[in-house]
Every structure is written in C-alpha cells, then in structure tokens.
Design a protein around this ligand. Sequence first.
Ligand code: TMP
Length: 225
Amino acid sequence: MAAETPLFITLEGGEGAGKTTQIVHLAGLLAERGVKSLLTREPGGTAIGKRIRAVLLDPDHAGMAPETELLLYMADRAEHIQTVIRPALTDGTSVLCDRFFDATIVYQGAARGLSAEWIGRLHDLLFAGLKPDLTLLLDLPPEAGLARARRQLEQGVRAGGEGRFEAESLDFHQRVRMGYLALARQEPERFRVIDAGRDEDRVRRDILAAVEMFLNRRGDKPPSN
Ligand code: TMP
C-alpha cells in the first residue's frame, strides 16, 4: 500500500560514508513498497545549485569566508526547496535527499564555528523550519571516511575538482562527526544512527530495516505478496 502522506527522508554523514550508494538502495525499497520517490541532493539538486556546488567545492576556494560558505549553502537550499522539494511533496512524491539542513548545522556550525542558533534562525525565517521526517546518519570514524573519499577523488569516481572539504584537517572532520552525533542525541525520534564502517551490504540491510520499522510504525503496510 502506498504511503498516505509523502515522506521527506535525508541521509547524512561525514565524507566517504557511502550515502550516495545507499540512497539508491533506499529508493529501491520505497519503490517495492509502492512509495513514489524522488532522489536528490544538496548542494547541487538544481541547475543553479550545480553551479553553486562547483563554487563551494572548488579547492582553489580554500580561504572562503565561513559566512560566504553558509549563504551559498542557503542559496542552494532556497532554490532546491522552492523548485524541487516542496513541489514534489505537494504532488504526493516522497523525497530522498543526500544531505540537507543538518549538514549546515554541523559543517558551518560545529566544524566551522558559526552559531548554530543563528543558522537555525535563518532556516526558520527562509524555509519555515522545514525538517525531514526521518534522517539516517551514516556514522564512521573520519580517518576511514576521508581515506575512502580521497581515493574516490583520485580515481575519478567523484567529479574532479570537488575536494575542498576533503582537504580540511582531521580535527575539522572530527568536529563534523561529533556534531552529527550530538544532533542525533538531541532528536532521537528523527535520527537513526547507522554504523557505516562495515561492508556495503550490512549497511544497506541496516538502513532498510530502519526504514521498514519507520514505515510500519507510521502505519504503511508492506505489499501482501
Ligand atoms: P557531498 O560530497 O556529500 O555531496 O557534500 C559536499 C560537501 O558539502 C560535503 O563536504 C559537506 C558539505 N556541506 C556543507 O558544508 N554544508 C551543507 O549545508 C551541505 C548540504 C553540505
């Protein structure tokens, strides 16, 4: 049976956590359950967003002011919410998003040092505090994630020239991890923490189980075949 109201699900985590692979598995699960979904990402979920993404992730922009960085992520999100996320939800389509607002609280707040309260106020003002129904946090030690992410950049698995955050210190990425775990503790109803340090199939099964449980609790029944 299809979901009665569309879902907004986000995947979050540090670099190299495997979100981009796992979100595709998740889209498959929702399709099996008869839930129509749209797969998207931040930054870069729109044509304008792709250009903003290129500016944000260009390693030549290493010295970007934190406020510039914050406003560029917000600009990407404004376009994304207006032209992709809200229209999909209004149309009854669930949205699966690779990163959203929690990433701003963690990267520009906890890691970069801007006020999380201030970022939250901006989000409320601009986007009426739009929040996901469910957030899957793919957690792993930054040493392992960074090694994976840097390998993908070298091998061209990820678009070249996107390495600005991979070039940040281990300390920065540790703050990212701690920031995410703190958010998960603050909002245990919304977050599910998944151990992303294991092989892809184990992580996939944990994610699917977490989402199945969420759907069942919400009253969506699995298909009867
Ligand atoms: P991605 O590699 O997961 O697509 O994300 C690109 C980078 O952007 C990643 O290093 C995290 C960072 N980021 C922020 O710093 N703030 C944000 O609000 C978002 C959405 C991403």
